[in-house]
Design a protein around this ligand. Structure first.
Ligand SMILES: Nc1ncnc2c1ncn2[C@@H]1O[C@H](COP(=O)(O)OP(=O)(O)OP(=O)(O)O)[C@@H](O)[C@H]1O
Length: 122
């Protein structure tokens, strides 16, 4: 019974991910970069600690985008007309993604730039 409930919750969550992926352009962009970063990770033979940091970054970025999408949907549900507080809610949620994206880019640069031969002087 508990296992059944657990599987059902997992199915709902997976459905949410697929829905967001299909409908949100940003989700496709994040997924593209996540795959690219993972391929770079294999190519440059990054360390376990670098993998850990990159996976946390990828997971955090995709989770932030999913939360942003959920907030957008909720705002649209409760407020169809223009409302300044609706705008604040959406813009603040979007800014959370922006902050995470900027930090992710910085982390990507810190991990990968020193490994690119013509950039590290080798
Ligand atoms: N009900 C509303 N009242 C006031 N401003 C809104 C409302 N709905 C959206 N906005 C504002 O209009 C702009 C566009 O919002 P929209 O919902 O289209 O999402 P978005 O930021 O373009 O993201 P996405 O492309 O992921 O849907 C944002 O600045 C948002 O804050």
């Amino acid at each position: 019974m508990i296992m059944r409930k657990f599987i059902r919750s997992f199915q709902f969550a997976a459905h949410g991910f697929i829905l967001a992926f299909k409908r949100e352009r940003n989700m496709k962009i994040h997924t593209f970069f996540a795959v690219a970063v993972i391929l770079f990770g294999f190519y440059f033979h990054i360390s376990a600690i670098e993998w850990t940091i990159l996976l946390l970054t990828i997971g955090g970025m995709i989770s932030a985008e999913l939360m942003n999408t959920a907030i957008e949907r909720t705002v649209d549900l409760v407020e169809e007309k223009y409302h300044p507080v609706a705008k604040q809610a959406k813009d603040i949620a979007a800014s959370a993604c922006l902050v995470y994206a900027v930090v992710s880019i910085l982390i990507g640069c810190i991990v990968f730039l020193p490994k690119i031969p013509f950039l590290n002087g080798n």
